[in-house]
Design a protein around this ligand. Structure first.
Ligand code: PAF
Length: 281
């Protein structure tokens, strides 16, 4: 496995790569959820294909009061995991490489990014779109794999790839969970033992709420159960159209129940899909 640090090194490697290049973009601090994304990329690339994992803690997607400086950095074990799961190359650039001095160009998706996490974290998805567009341009993959835990991010990247004619396949991978249901995340390591125990109530609440019959009851039940089980009021709980992310008044479209909660200092997000219950008239 090669470790590449600059767009020039990446381009030289890319020139030797066969046609089927699959990218897994990450910010490092890799866990079993990322391993599953790399496995999916390996399967999609096939034996003759090439899997590239990018590791870059992207400063532009962190707000001024967020955890950029303390975001976990575990490069050595990340490289071991990438190698063990069959990655052919890791692209791990510096911040100056990705954002050269005096840079003034950003990519802003202006529809899907307005609500949910976008409303709580101004500028976050602008940073995500900008860095992912840069990675697509540098690596020129045929496909890229993203986790469904970040459902809004996945929808926005699909939209950006379509709108800007990137001409690659965006693959969503199901959320990988701990035994008690908590979605795997690099930020889970911030949780204290007590917070980690309470965090298990978050996915359980979303799942239980899906048994309610209408959108208001679903959102109400999830909100109450998250608050009671985690000891923290959710930042948002919303039932939205799975494609447009617009709030749903009736369960007549494929839907997503999405939520965020801050337990102590750690912000967790999760979502669950719901099939339509009534035929559209
Ligand atoms: O999901 C992430 O880890 C990041 O938002 C991504 C897509 C790697 C962009 O920095």
């Amino acid at each position: 496995m090669r470790k590449l640090g600059t767009p020039a090194e990446m381009a030289a490697f890319r020139a030797t790569a066969p046609s089927n290049v699959v990218l897994v973009p990450t910010m490092g601090a890799l866990h079993a959820g990322h391993a599953a994304l790399i496995d999916a990329a390996r399967a999609r690339a096939g034996t003759g294909g090439t899997v590239v994992v990018s590791i870059f803690v992207n400063p532009t997607q962190f707000g001024p009061t967020e955890d950029l400086t303390k975001y976990p950095r575990t490069m050595e074990s990340d490289l071991e995991m990438c190698d063990a799961h069959g990655a052919d190359a890791v692209f791990a650039p510096s911040a100056d490489t990705m954002y050269p001095p005096g840079d003034s160009t950003f990519v802003d998706e202006t529809g899907l990014s307005r609500g949910l996490c976008g409303a709580q974290r101004p500028g976050h998805f602008r940073g995500v779109c900008t860095v992912v567009a840069k990675l697509f341009n540098i690596i020129r993959p045929h496909a890229a794999v993203f986790g469904e835990k970040d459902y809004q991010q996945l929808a926005i990247i699909r939209r950006m790839a379509r709108d800007l004619f990137f001409g690659l396949e965006i693959i969503g991978h199901p959320t990988v969970r701990e035994a008690d249901g908590l979605a795997m995340s690099s930020r889970n390591r911030y949780l204290t033992t007590d917070e980690r125990r309470r965090a298990a109530a978050f996915p359980a609440a979303l799942s239980a709420a899906t048994r309610e019959s209408d959108p208001a009851q679903i959102v109400g039940k999830a909100t109450d159960m998250i608050t009671a089980g985690t000891g923290a009021e959710p930042q948002y709980v919303e039932l939205v159209d799975a494609e447009t992310l617009a709030p749903l008044a009736a369960l007549d479209h494929p839907a997503v129940l999405a939520a965020a909660v801050k337990i102590g200092e750690t912000r967790l997000i999760d979502n669950v899909r719901l099939a339509p219950r009534h035929a559209k008239v």
